[in-house]
Design a protein around this ligand. Structure first.
Ligand SMILES: CC(=O)CC(=O)SCCNC(=O)CCNC(=O)[C@H](O)C(C)(C)COP(=O)(O)OP(=O)(O)OC[C@H]1O[C@@H](n2cnc3c(N)ncnc32)[C@H](O)[C@@H]1OP(=O)(O)O
Ligand SMILES: NC(=O)C1=CN([C@@H]2O[C@H](COP(=O)(O)OP(=O)(O)OC[C@H]3O[C@@H](n4cnc5c(N)ncnc54)[C@H](OP(=O)(O)O)[C@@H]3O)[C@@H](O)[C@H]2O)C=CC1
Length: 292
């Protein structure tokens, strides 16, 4: 398997922009594709702002930022990914959508190209089966925010070839990440543990055990979490949290993974958290104000 020299990213949202950021910062040319030009524009602005954080701290120079931004090409057409050695799929956490994207993508890529999914929980084996290259399909699960979080979970599907695994481990290392191998089971490792905790915080809110501010203060001040569980849920996206709980509940068949009805209600209202401006907190206010 040749070394990965060019990275494609599909989906320019909360995660896609970060994956493009760290790939370009590592000196790799990047192609970032999304269906909405507006999403691409927003992603480039976010990447620029995140580089500014690093420049301010002296962790990067203005020249580093400009050079990295110069390595990122964007567009709404998947054919721009034709000469990428790997394409990392980071589109919305909906299985049907991912399958549709992957099926369309295969025809556009060179036969040797690897496809990786950044999915939070969906079966890598199942997604691989939707492609023409199950041996060159793998889970490469980054964490939010990508420029800061050191971990990449690597998940092999049943058909993933060793050369694919080694190429992705080498890429993660080049991106400055630490890898953990996770089995292709619902939620992999981190989300199997973390998202049920978030769901339990929502249950506690739903049952009136505490209000939003108290629940978040509890885990921040009592367990030294950097963010409270409800603040974190908004940061991840309530849509993603619900999608993960549904995969756990269905895949493991245990009632303890039942998504809290209040989480369903917030997602049904379109209150996804930071990405829509309102979730458990209203981000139109400064500081963000609890919504109940
Ligand atoms: C759902 C899934 O499938 C998997 C997941 O991702 S689960 C979610 C995993 N993520 C978490 O658990 C995040 C928990 N929260 C945190 O770690 C911290 O709150 C945080 C790193 C996000 C912010 O840290 P903080 O101390 O509150 O803020 P701050 O001191 O301003 O930032 C620390 C660093 O992070 C950077 N940072 C903060 N927020 C950032 C953001 N949204 N994007 C990029 N960089 C960010 C800052 O620039 C700073 O970096 P520099 O030192 O280079 O400037
Ligand atoms: N949020 C998180 O903390 C984490 C999420 N993940 C996973 O990463 C993936 C992305 O999540 P996240 O970044 O939060 O999601 P977002 O909703 O922020 O971004 C998804 C992006 O994909 C775009 N998209 C939708 N359909 C297509 C398509 N057909 N082709 C190209 N782009 C498309 C969306 O555009 P539009 O808005 O127009 O639909 C949107 O810009 C998910 O699988 C999620 O589970 C993994 C780790 C952490």
């Amino acid at each position: 398997m040749p070394e990965i020299a060019k990275v494609g990213v599909i989906g320019a949202g909360a995660m896609g922009n970060g994956i493009a950021h760290v790939s370009a910062a590592a000196g790799l040319p990047v192609v970032l594709v999304d269906v909405q030009q507006a999403a691409l524009d927003k992603a480039l602005a976010t990447i620029g702002r995140n580089f500014d954080r690093q420049v301010k701290r002296g962790a990067a120079t203005e020249a580093d930022k400009q050079a990295a931004l110069g390595r990122i090409a964007t567009g709404t057409d998947q054919s721009l990914l034709a000469d990428c050695d790997i394409v990392i799929e980071a589109a919305t956490e909906r299985e049907g959508l991912k399958v549709e994207i992957l099926k369309a993508l295969c025809a556009k890529l060179k036969p040797a190209a690897i496809i990786a999914s950044n999915t939070s929980s969906i079966s890598i084996t199942k997604l691989a089966a939707a492609t023409d290259r199950p041996g060159r399909f793998i889970g490469m699960h980054f964490f939010n925010p990508v420029p800061v979080m050191k971990l990449v979970e690597v998940i092999r599907g049943l058909a993933t070839e060793e050369a694919t695994t080694q190429a992705v481990l080498a890429l993660a290392k080049r991106l400055g990440k630490t890898t953990a191998m996770a089995e292709d089971m619902p939620g992999f490792i981190v989300n199997r543990v973390l998202v049920p905790m978030i769901n339990e915080a929502i249950v506690a809110l739903h049952e009136g055990v505490g209000d939003i501010a108290s629940i978040d203060a509890g885990l921040k001040l009592g367990a030294n979490h950097p963010m409270g569980p409800l603040e974190l849920a908004d940061f991840i996206g309530l849509d993603v949290c619900l999608a993960v709980m549904e995969v756990l509940h269905e895949g493991l068949g245990d009632g303890k993974y039942r998504p809290c009805p209040l989480l369903r209600q917030y997602v049904a209202a379109g209150w996804y958290g930071r990405k829509t401006g309102r979730g458990f907190y209203d981000y139109a206010q400064d500081p963000p104000k609890p919504t109940r």
